[in-house]
Every structure is written in structure tokens, then in C-alpha cells.
Design a binder for this molecule. Structure first.
Ligand code: NI
Length: 184
């Protein structure tokens, strides 16, 4: 089942998400549906709050980036905790399925260590760097109630304000189904 994606301005995107209690058929179905939803929107990451669920779950698949180093990055992160971030900050122009059409350069650290449960509810601690770390940091932010636009300077935020307001009202062209919080 393809979920509609919640747009900028929806309160669920600003909420710190809650831990998932344990594995279940319902959780497995949700993971399947999230992959379907993400592929339908040509995304490389999707967090549960983006489909209106305030639980600590996100998925990734770097395949659309067509980069050799992004192979084998189809992953499920349940109840993740970033333990450590290190390395130099580097810039990259990010986008977000909840903020269609907006792309801004964001600085993030090069490497991270994350502890999480995978889709089989196996606990893992892994290190990621570069683009993989970047995608994880962006999705992890989602379950903390943070959007990439929150990292922008006050000046950049002011410049973007009317576009973001338009997105929340549904005044945006997008190829996938969305829920717009301020649509009249
Ligand atoms: Ni996003």
C-alpha cells in the first residue's frame, strides 16, 4: 500500500517519535508499505513521520543515486540511536519528499556510528560514512522532529518562507500523493 506523504507544516514532522515496542506482523507490513511508498516517490530515504506515524523507524535505499558505493544500502533502521558523529563537516544539496522542489546545501559530519534494530529485529552497531551517513543523518533528524530546512541560517529561512508556506497549502506540483496540512 502506498501511503500519502505528509507535507511541510504538518505537526507530526515536528514531533520527537516514540520507540517501537517489538516486532509484529503490523510492523513488517508497515516496512513493506514504506518501501513501496518511497520507491513510488523516487526517494532514497523515508522516515515513519513522513507517512504520519510518530515512531522511530526509517528506511533507506541508495540505488537511485546510481553510485557504485551506494549498492547494498537497502536498509531498515528501527529504534536507532546515533552514538557518535565524527569527521569534518561537508556540504551537500539535500532535498526531502515532504518538502518537494526545495534543495539546499546542508553541512553534516562525515562519519557516524549508529545502533539500531534491523527488519529481523537483530540489534546492530555500524559505522557509516559519506553519502550513507548523510542519508542516515537526514532520516534520523526526521524521527527527532527536525527537517533539513531547520539547519539553514535565519537568512536562508527567510528567503524560503513563502515557498514553504505554499507547500503546506498544497500550492506545489508533485508526482506522488501528499497530505497538505494547510490546504483549504
Ligand atoms: Ni526528508
Amino acid at each position: 500500500m502506498i501511503y500519502p506523504i505528509v507535507a511541510y507544516g504538518h505537526p507530526v514532522l515536528k514531533r520527537k517519535a516514540k520507540d517501537i515496542e517489538g516486532n509484529s506482523e503490523e510492523l513488517q507490513q508497515l516496512i513493506t508499505d514504506m518501501f513501496e511508498t518511497m520507491y513510488n516517490a523516487n526517494g532514497i530515504g523515508l522516515a515513519a513521520p513522513q507517512i504520519g506515524k510518530d515512531i522511530r523507524l526509517f528506511i533507506t535505499d541508495g540505488t537511485p543515486l546510481e553510485d557504485e558505493s551506494m549498492k547494498d544500502f537497502k536498509k531498515v533502521f528501527i529504534n536507532p540511536e546515533i552514538i557518535e558523529e565524527e569527521g569534518d563537516d561537508w556540504p551537500y544539496e539535500e532535498g526531502c519528499l515532504s518538502i518537494p522542489g526545495v534543495h539546499e546545501e546542508i553541512m553534516r559530519s562525515e562519519e557516524l556510528t549508529i545502533r539500531y534494530f534491523d527488519e529481523k529485529w537483530q540489534e546492530k552497531t555500524e559505522r557509516f560514512s559519506g553519502m550513507k551517513a548523510r542519508i542516515i543523518q537526514h532520516e534520523y533528524d526526521h524521527i527527532e522532529g527536525i527537517l533539513f530546512t531547520d539547519h539553514l541560517s535565519a537568512f536562508k529561512k527567510r528567503l524560503l518562507k513563502s515557498r514553504l508556506t505554499n507547500i503546506s497549502k498544497g500550492a506545489v506540483s508533485v508526482s506522488y500523493r501528499m497530505i497538505f496540512p494547510d490546504k483549504k
